[in-house]
Design a protein. Structure first.
Length: 47
């Protein structure tokens, strides 16, 4: 994840994530985990 976000940053691009939202409006647990992981990374996408 850090490498991916770092590449987006180096090209001045905004990453686009495929977010799975269920019919009742809840977000898939895997999606929540992915964003929690990304949030723990320092700015710049490097661990």
């Amino acid at each position: 994840m850090a490498e991916l976000l770092g590449r987006f940053r180096s090209y001045h691009n905004v990453p686009i994530f495929n977010v799975e939202i269920y019919q009742e409006g809840t977000v898939a647990p895997a999606t929540v985990a992915m964003f929690q992981e990304a949030r723990r990374l320092p700015v710049g996408g490097k661990p």
